[in-house]
Design a protein around this ligand. Structure first.
Ligand code: UD1
Length: 371
């Protein structure tokens, strides 16, 4: 069997890494005669957004890089469509695995569906029900185009069944991103910043709804600057956000405890997340990682495609309400000062977020007969 994996953007790498390992027989699954090909679309291309993850996650170098780079959604998606089709025709995989909800995911799935090549979607079934989010469009289409749907949580199965997907194609396997976290958390310990006194707040923002709206971004940054009067606020800045922040950063220069950093490698970021008193973010993956770690997270979005993070009690949506953001942040920080630092990890028990999701995917793919 020949399996071709497609990755393109930062959050794809930590999802594909454990599946590549499991299929290569590196995580306890029996060794099998599987041929694997790794294609990088080049959607993310900076060293800090791509290369460094291949090293830390111990991923093989891509067999080919389509080097599509940035562009509008249509340009980027179209560039992947035309560059990926010849790769599939030439390499003739039996199955293509796509990950998450980025433009590379939907573009690769569409190429395969048109060529009649089977597609498996890892992280299927998530729905925010907000079609203004590019990722929601990518999720809906990718799931419709896929033959095998690997879901991270039970809500994913429910969503797919409601949309008429046949139950035989849906496999509840758990969360592959958490596989990577479980494997590398001990190593991340060595990346703990000794110069950073607890408590501190960790921030990431990159969604167009937050960073492309400059007046809103200005208010958000002012709120973070206010928070930094109480404690250090560490903000590794995504390249998309960096462009928008150029002017606003000068305004925040008078807040020495608001640290605007370059994007961080995986292990540095994990170490920061693990010991943060609070995380403020608009990321999908960070909602999941904080839930696993038991770290409080305030999500600057109106909705989430990861409702389990809310029901587990670690994540709260604050939408576009800065008063709510301030009040919720203060509540969490006050409670923390009463209960002390979170030195002992008390992970939340989400079903199948156990470090073995990729092994389950491998078992399903390697079963005799059609998966
Ligand atoms: C993409 C995904 C998003 C994911 C995010 C994680 C889509 C629709 N969005 O958003 O779901 O959460 O990745 O990071 O696929 N840029 C660089 N260097 C890079 C990559 C991008 O400077 O290596 C800049 C470019 O100016 C580019 C902008 O960032 O125009 C946005 O990049 P893009 O890939 O379009 O989307 P992201 O915002 O990164």
């Amino acid at each position: 069997m020949h399996i071709l994996h497609v990755v393109g953007a930062r959050p794809n790498f930590m999802k594909a890494a454990p599946v590549l390992r499991a299929l290569a027989g590196k995580s306890g699954v029996r060794r099998t005669p599987i041929r694997q090909t790794l294609v990088h679309t080049g959607q993310h291309y900076d060293r800090a957004m791509s290369h460094v993850f291949f090293q830390e996650l111990e991923m093989p170098q891509p067999d080919c890089n389509l080097e599509v780079g940035s562009g509008s959604h249509a340009q980027q998606t179209a560039a992947i469509l035309s560059a990926f089709e010849p790769v599939v025709l030439e390499r003739k995989p039996d199955l293509v695995l796509v990950y998450g909800d980025v433009n590379s995911t939907v573009a690769a799935a569409l190429v395969c569906a048109k060529l009649g090549v089977r597609v498996g979607h890892v992280e299927a079934g998530l729905r925010s029900r907000d079609r203004t989010m590019p990722e929601e469009i990518n999720r809906l289409l990718t799931d419709q185009l896929s033959d095998l749907l690997f879901t991270p949580s039970a809500d994913g199965d429910e969503n797919l069944l409601r949309e008429g997907v046949d139950a035989s194609r849906i496999h509840f396997v758990g969360n592959v991103m958490i596989d990577t976290l479980v494997r590398l958390l001990p190593r991340a310990e060595q990346h703990r910043r000794t110069d950073l006194a607890a408590p501190y707040v960790l921030v990431t923002l990159h969604r167009p709804s937050n960073v492309d709206d400059l007046p809103w971004l200005r208010e958000l940054l002012a709120t973070l600057a206010d928070l930094s009067r109480q404690l250090t606020v560490v903000f590794p800045v995504h390249p998309r956000t960096r462009q928008r922040l150029a002017d606003l950063t000068r305004e925040s220069a008078s807040h020495p405890r608001l640290q605007l950093l370059d994007p961080l490698p995986y292990l540095d970021f994990m170490a920061l997340q693990r010991y943060a008193a609070l995380v403020i973010s608009d990321s999908g993956g960070i909602q999941e990682e904080t839930t696993f770690l038991g770290v409080p997270c305030l999500t600057v979005r109106e909705n989430t495609e990861r409702p389990v993070t809310i029901t587990m009690g670690t994540n709260q949506l604050v939408g576009r309400d800065l008063q709510l953001l301030r009040a919720a942040a203060n509540g969490i920080l006050n409670r923390r000062s009463e209960t002390g630092a979170n030195e002992n990890l008390t992970p939340c028990q989400v079903p199948l977020w156990d470090g073995h999701a990729a092994e389950r995917i491998a078992e399903i793919l390697l079963r005799p007969g059609p998966a």
